[in-house]
Ligand binder design. Structure first.
Ligand code: PMP
Length: 307
């Protein structure tokens, strides 16, 4: 990823892609304390637009607050910087990655005196779990690795360190040929995917784990709104893995994963073993929203004038 043309926003200015580097003694590289976001821009009907930019930026600032990382920029600057990166790289649709990390002034875990840096990169990124998966559904497996307890790593923070747990889970199941991992919480209830929230459909109602050990996903929140508008009831509660086995439908939500149907968990076929009707309905509506075809949700879009 380092060897590309283009620009990355780094500490207040755009720098050529290959020059957006940091020292090997960067604190975050050693101890994992940093926070980041994953945001998408779509080529919408009226031009390129970033989906729910405000909400992603709010979450980034909350993530930093939770870890007591002092953001050196205000929200308006970071919002504008994300647009600037899309514009500078002339990206009609892309994934945007803001990251906040500590500098290299000192080693050791004391972090309060360290400088805080912000970088924002953007690049084209297609369907995270594969175009075929979006249509036919993916095969997932419960990981033997448990999702963080709420008092181990802060679950409301989208933090760098959280993702060692995600990577362990993903690589474990990917090595056995599955598309993605499902993680359970410390009590054995369904938490989320390695990088996604999960929903199931049963008897025409939607169910999703309540916000304890899963990330408060912005796609999850969009689905809650859309489901409500479609007259679908959503129940947020503890869910067991066998409730997922016996569901009529299941799907993952996430900025990268968008709405990805799940056709199998732990070698048990879910429902008909393909994208179900409610998943299809929500997926279609979601893509209509991100692509600017739903006037009622224009407020979710921040347009980026590319020229
Ligand atoms: N859970 C985890 C662990 C994630 O990494 C993500 C992706 N950010 C999500 C859920 C979904 O969050 P969002 O819809 O805001 O991208």
């Amino acid at each position: 990823m380092a060897d590309r043309d283009g620009f990355i926003w780094q500490d207040g200015k755009l720098v050529p892609w290959r020059e957006a580097t940091t020292h090997v003694l960067t604190h975050t590289l050693h101890y994992g304390m940093g926070v980041f976001e994953g945001v998408r821009a779509y080529k919408a009907a009226k031009g390129t637009a970033i989906f729910r930019l405000e909400e992603h930026t709010d979450r980034l600032f909350n993530s930093a607050k939770i870890f007591q990382m002092k953001m050196p920029w205000d929200k308006a600057t970071i919002i504008e910087a994300q647009k600037e990166v899309v514009r500078a790289n002339k990206l009609e649709s892309c994934y945007i990655r803001p990251i906040v990390f500590y500098g290299s002034e000192a080693m050791g875990i004391a972090a309060s005196t360290l400088s805080v840096h912000v970088a924002i990169a953007a690049w084209p990124w297609g369907a995270y779990l594969g175009a075929e998966g979006m249509e036919k559904g993916i095969r997932i497996k419960t990981s033997s690795f448990t999702r963080h307890h709420v008092n181990i790593n802060m679950c409301r923070s989208k933090s760098v360190g959280t993702y060692t747990n995600s990577i362990l889970a993903h690589q474990e199941v990917a090595q056995d040929g599955y598309d993605e991992a499902l993680l359970l919480d410390v009590d054995g209830y369904v938490a989320e995917g390695a990088g996604e929230n999960i929903f199931i459909v049963k008897g025409g109602k939607l169910y999703t784990p309540d916000l304890t050990s899963c990330l408060e996903g912005i796609t999850r929140s969009s689905v809650l709104t859309l489901a409500d508008e479609l007259g679908l009831q959503v129940i947020q509660k503890r869910i067991t893995r066998d409730e997922v086995y016996c569901a009529d439908e299941a799907f993952f939500t996430g900025t990268a994963a968008e709405i990805t149907p799940i056709r199998e968990l732990d070698n048990r076929q879910i429902g008909e073993g393909r994208r179900g009707p409610i998943t299809t309905q929500l997926q279609t509506l979601f893509f209509d929203c991100v692509n600017g075809r739903v006037p009622a949700h224009e407020d979710w879009l921040s347009y980026v004038a590319l020229d």
